[in-house]
Structures are given as C-alpha cells and as structure tokens.
Design a binder for this molecule. Structure first.
Ligand SMILES: Cc1cc2nc3c(=O)[nH]c(=O)nc-3n(C[C@H](O)[C@H](O)[C@H](O)COP(=O)(O)O)c2cc1C
Length: 180
C-alpha cells in the first residue's frame, strides 16, 4: 500500500503540520511507509490554467500523488476554506488525485469553521472520484501545546484519538482499493 501525507500549511509554526506528523508516525505503526510532502519545502507555482505554470516541483508531486493509494491531507482553515496553497496543489496536480482514498485533517482558529473542508471534499469527490474518508480531524488552538515551536505537540486526547481512528480507517480503505 502506498500512502502520502501532505502538510499543507505555509506557516513555519503550523498546527496542522503537528496533525500531519502524528498521522505519519501512526502509519509507521501500521507498517505503512508513507511519503511526506511539506508544502513549505516544495516549489509549486500558482496555477494559471496553462502548462506554463506547471514548473518547479509540480511534475514530481503529480507522480507521487498518482502512485499513491491514499492521501492524508492536513490543511489550515483560511476564510472558511482550506488555504490557497493546498487549493493550488490540487489545481496543479489535478487528475493525479483520481480514485484516491483521501483523509482530511485541519487546524482552525475556532469551532465555527467546522464545515470548511467541504468545498475541497466535494471537488475531490466530483472531479476525481476520490473516496473521502467520512471521519475527519478538526482541531483548534486549545488542542495543542502553546509553545508554537518545533516541539509543539498535540495536547488533546480526543484529537489524538481522532487522528488514530482516521489513520486506521485510511489503512483499511486504501488497503481495499490497492487490491483492485
Ligand atoms: C488568513 C487567515 C484566515 C483564517 N481564516 C479562518 C477561518 O475562516 N476560520 C477559522 O476557524 N480560522 C481561521 N484562521 C485561523 C487558522 O485556521 C489557524 O491559525 C490555524 O492554526 C492555521 O493552521 P496552521 O497553524 O496549520 O497554519 C485564519 C487564519 C489566517 C491567517
């Protein structure tokens, strides 16, 4: 089974990246070696709808996503949606997402933006027939230690449990789809 974990925040002190890291560690516990993509470390030009903008690391990212059975995507909520960097990744890699099992984790400022991943989920489902795992992780500032450093950690047992449940479900569903 091939899995990719994507950390989609461009904030060096990202909380959603803590969720992505935890998911990546938990996959190792399921004997799944997952690729790690941090959008802070790759070069993705802004999509302009032409092939001219598909330089940088876009071709390599497209291949990595295309080769995966499942993608765990961690994103910040910005303006009641995922951030533009994640949206741009999806726009630039497009059909590579076809038929993937996708799990979503997000960090938000408050509880009220709970539905913000739906626009991305709908687009992945309807454009690319992704199977969106109907279990997603939503965390706010109080779910993390407040050091905002490299050592920042998950402080909530409830969110830790949800990450574990999401990862287990990803492994189950992506395992099924990788046999087809
Ligand atoms: C430009 C911007 C827009 C934001 N919009 C929202 C929002 O609509 N709803 C919300 O709950 N939090 C919002 N936030 C707060 C972020 O979701 C929060 O800081 C989260 O931790 C970001 O994830 P990250 O730490 O992984 O970058 C926004 C933050 C920024 C910088």
């Amino acid at each position: 089974m091939r899995m990719v974990v994507i950390s989609g925040s461009l904030n060096p002190q990202s909380r959603s990246r803590v969720l992505a890291r935890r998911a990546h560690e938990l996959l190792a516990g399921h004997d799944v070696v997952a690729q790690w993509i941090d959008l802070q470390q790759v070069d993705i030009p802004m999509c302009d709808g032409t092939g001219d903008s598909k330089g940088g690391d876009v071709a390599e990212l497209r291949q990595t996503i295309d080769a995966a059975d499942g993608v765990l995507l961690a994103a910040p909520v910005y303006s009641f949606d995922v951030n533009a960097a994640v949206k741009n990744l999806v726009e630039q890699t497009g059909r590579a997402w076809t038929d993937k099992v996708v799990g979503l984790l997000c960090a938000a400022g408050g509880r009220a933006s709970y539905m913000s991943v739906m626009s991305l989920a709908n687009s992945l489902m309807l454009d690319f027939r992704c199977l969106i795992v109907p279990r997603f992780v939503y965390a706010t500032a109080s779910d993390f230690s407040d050091d905002r450093t490299e050592q920042m950690a998950l402080a909530s047992d409830d969110v830790s449990e949800r990450v574990a449940e999401l990862v287990a479900e990803m492994v189950r569903l992506a395992g099924t789809s990788s046999q087809h």
